[in-house]
Ligand binder design. Structure first.
Ligand SMILES: Nc1ncnc2c1ncn2[C@@H]1O[C@H](COP(=O)(O)OP(=O)(O)O)[C@@H](O)[C@H]1O
Ligand SMILES: [Mg+2]
Length: 315
């Protein structure tokens, strides 16, 4: 549904998007992640035909975005960054205008528009001009125009930016409810959002792809995946416990959290699980050498991996 091949954009002779290639299909919610300035918005502007590429191509449902722009855009819904709606129009006239240029004029279409207005709680601001709306309302008007024609491919640039926690939750629910038949690409730097709605994530920095995998696999690449978290009995000397742990062959590294009275143990054995370290720690506890309250095998979080690979690349 979306094919991106060697997509590149130069500004001032400098590549801000550098030879990106990826494919994705219906049913996927792709998180497009990266630090500020990584090139997420520029990539989305090229994919949606708003900015022309310096090199490479993108196609939507097999329509090249440059040479078959109109056909591609028919299949596409796009929520740009910020809130670039027509500011002087009212919400109602803006949405009717979008419906008209999208060729939506049946009774069914107008029912769909009503349903969308209700779902996004736009009722109270229908007669208010877009420029006078709060950021959260502007964002939701933008979202309404992007999904009005029920597009196959939906490109959403930071869809929950500026929304309060309840609105964020609702928009995530909306994205999830639409995801089965569509391809949805969302850019964000809110990693919990990615874990909540995305099936796959592409992490970019300085215009290049650093990682592209299922969100589950990426979380497993976190240094904390399969690390053992030890809750040490309160009042124990953490440094002494740490020294005892360090003597274990299976333990490579330890991390102390004095406030929480925990020690995280990283195994030096490259295996799928950390059972060697786990067993050695329980053995040690059973001999009475260390006093612990509990152990937990960590699953690892996308955020840890994101920080690991994007550190030093911040703009
Ligand atoms: N029109 C432009 N002219 C010059 N530089 C630009 C332009 N648009 C974006 N950039 C630069 O390209 C880089 C990527 O920007 P952007 O795609 O907005 O990143 P992101 O959305 O990941 O934060 C930034 O360094 C930004 O300053
Ligand atoms: Mg951006």
């Amino acid at each position: 549904m979306l094919k991106v091949e060697g997509l590149t954009k130069h500004y001032n002779h400098h590549p801000v998007v550098d030879d990106l290639s990826f494919h994705c299909d219906a049913g996927e919610v792709l998180g497009f992640l990266g630090p500020n300035g990584a090139g997420k918005s520029t990539t989305m502007k090229m994919i949606t035909g708003f900015v022309s590429p310096s090199g490479g191509t993108a196609s939507i449902c097999d329509h090249d975005i440059v040479t078959e722009g109109l056909a591609a855009k028919k299949r596409l819904g796009y929520l740009p960054e910020g809130a670039p709606c027509y500011a002087e129009m009212t919400t109602a006239s803006f949405l009717s205008f979008i419906a008209e240029i999208r060729g939506l004029n049946s009774v069914k279409d107008s029912l769909r528009l009503d349903e969308l207005i209700e779902r996004l709680h736009l009722g109270p601001v229908l007669n208010q001009t877009v420029e006078t709306l709060s950021k959260g309302f502007k964002r939701r008007v933008g979202l309404a125009q992007a999904i009005l024609h029920d597009p196959d491919v939906l490109i959403l640039d930071e869809p929950t930016d500026g929304l309060d926690p309840n609105q964020k939750h609702e928009v995530r629910e909306l994205i999830r409810s639409m995801s089965a038949e569509k391809l949805i690409v969302i850019s964000t730097h809110i990693l919990e959002e990615v874990e909540a709605v995305c099936s796959r994530a592409i992490i970019i920095a300085q215009g290049k792809i650093l990682a592209d995998d299922s969100t589950e696999k990426l979380a497993q690449k976190s240094p904390y995946h399969n690390a053992v978290l030890i809750n040490v009995v309160a009042g124990e000397n953490l440094e002494q416990v740490q020294a005892a742990l360090r003597k274990l062959d299976s333990v490579a590294k330890t991390e102390i959290d004095l406030e929480k009275s925990t020690i995280t143990v990283f195994s030096n054995i490259e295996s799928n699980d950390n059972m060697d370290a786990w067993r050695d720690i329980t053995d040690l506890a059973n001999t009475g050498a260390i006093s612990i309250e509990g152990l937990e095998l960590k699953s690892g979080r996308l955020e840890d991996y994101f920080r690991q690979i994007t550190q030093g690349t911040l703009a």
